[in-house]
Design a protein around this ligand. Structure first.
Ligand code: GDP
Length: 434
């Protein structure tokens, strides 16, 4: 999916517009207790286009120097990450030096820039857009975050600049891996350790059409590709060390992968940001392995392993299916278990249950524990079928979807997992009327 970034100096109204564009899409990540509601990145849709949108907003500062620095970082981030940039300015204040500063940075990019003039709250103020032709990015689009006007025109213009749909560049039998996690958990060290493994043959570093660089490797006849290893290695940019922005890179890698290695740092334990990143991977339906790195660096006794596992299960209840590996990129402890585990998870992620087996399983589950009645009526499951893989997705046909209770759905998923563990992969169920 194309990525759209909104940039602009503080107080031009970026977050308002972001929320309007994203609309009512509430994500599981935000519904997960303990995860802060702080949207920065979301999927969105306009007509028949699906895209991801970034609000490069961040903290609003009042110190002039800090504002300029922040604005610079945002613009650079947008240039790196986005396919199309919405450059937002404010009709009420007119053109400011900070706007010009952003424009100077954006000139460096060949990516399309659309200028949105916010706070044009009534048609009489439309003339305010003329000032902004001076920015040199063509015709500015007047919008109003307060009233939601002009957004259609803005998104039309943005969508015109979306790149052609890119073709998938890897064969189906290549397992695509994304290594994700907060800064300093040891992602690059892990990647290097994986590539340095004796049985691993690094066959290529592929420069793709995107600005990501992938690494191809092979182990015991199985091909893997590590998605965007460049992103992990790119150092020195200020925002790379910012946790928020590291999420963006993770999001893009998640989008292109089959299996996620969700890296945690044993020394630091579990942080809010870890949950957020894992939540995105879960939502995207990817296979997942939790990799606890720096296992060498902590003092352990016979209970440490169990305690750590319990903590992870408590904090990451929504990904209870993910296996956990305790490794050290530094001492190479258990590093050789990672790729075989990835292979297992990838197989489960792509596993199909034959329809008759699924239906026997469902009937047994219903007999064992019939659905409760609701308003005097009882749910009846007619039959089920697996409609897709990656992740395994099932449709259950029932007498009335309203009668399906969340906890009963959960029960059915558990029953499916008892028969087919689907290790490391989320399962999706859709309930349809028949
Ligand atoms: P990234 O930001 O997630 O890519 O993290 P890096 O790979 O750059 O690692 C951050 C720091 O942690 C570096 O100083 C590494 O040397 C250190 N580090 C990485 N893996 C391990 C490990 O397994 N054990 C220990 N003790 N340190 C590690």
């Amino acid at each position: 999916k194309p990525v759209v970034a909104i940039v602009g100096r503080p107080n031009v109204g970026k977050s308002t517009i972001f929320n309007r564009i994203v609309g009512e899409r509430v994500s599981i990540v935000e519904d997960t207790p303990g995860v802060t509601r702080d949207r920065l990145y979301s999927s969105a849709g306009w007509l028949n286009h699906e895209f991801n949108i970034i609000d490069t907003g961040g903290i609003e500062l009042d110190d002039e120097d800090q504002i300029l620095r922040q604005v610079r970082e945002q613009a650079e981030l947008a240039i790196d990450e986005a396919n199309v940039i919405i450059f937002m300015v404010d009709a009420k204040t007119g053109l400011t030096p900070a706007d010009e500063e952003i424009a100077r940075i954006l000139y460096k990019t060949k990516k399309p820039v659309v200028v949105a003039v916010n706070k044009v709250d009534n048609p009489k103020q439309r003339d305010a857009i003329y000032d902004f032709y001076a920015l040199g990015f063509g015709e500015p689009v007047p919008i109003s975050g307060a009233h939601g006007t002009g957004l259609g025109d803005l998104l039309d213009k943005v969508a015109e600049s979306f790149p052609e749909q890119e073709e998938e560049e890897y064969d189906d039998d290549v397992i695509r891996i994304a290594v994700i996690g907060r800064p300093n958990v040891g992602k690059s060290s892990l990647v290097n350790a994986l590539l340095g493994e004796e049985r691993v043959i690094v066959s290529d570093v592929a420069g793709t059409t995107r600005d990501a660089i992938d690494t191809l490797l092979e182990r015991d006849g199985q091909s893997f590709v590590l998605i965007d290893t460049a992103g992990m290695r790119k150092r020195g940019k200020v925002y790379e060390k910012t946790e928020k922005y590291s999420v963006l890179r993770a999001m893009k890698a998640i989008e292109r992968c089959d299996v996620v290695l969700m890296v945690l740092n044993a020394e630091e334990g579990i942080r809010e940001q870890d949950k957020r990143i894992a939540g995105y991977a879960h939502e995207a339906g990817r296979g997942m392995i939790i990799v606890v790195n720096k296992w060498d660096a902590i003092t352990k006794d016979e209970r440490t392993h169990t305690m750590f596992t319990r903590q992870i299960r408590d904090h990451f209840q929504f990904i209870d299916y993910a296996p956990i590996l305790f490794v050290s990129a530094k001492t190479k402890q258990r590093m050789h278990t990672i790729l075989p585990k990835v292979q297992e998870v990838a197989e489960q992620h792509a596993l199909r249950i034959p329809t008759h087996v699924l239906n026997d399983l469902l009937m047994d589950a219903v007999t064992l524990n019939p659905p409760p009645t609701y308003k005097g009526r009882r749910l009846k499951i007619k039959y089920g079928t697996q409609v897709s893989v990656k992740p395994p997705t099932f449709v259950l046909f029932v007498n009335d979807p309203e009668l399906m209770h969340f906890s009963y759905e959960r029960y059915l998923i558990n029953k499916i997992r008892e028969a087919f563990p689907y290790q490391g992969t989320p399962i999706r169920i859709f309930i349809r009327q028949k």
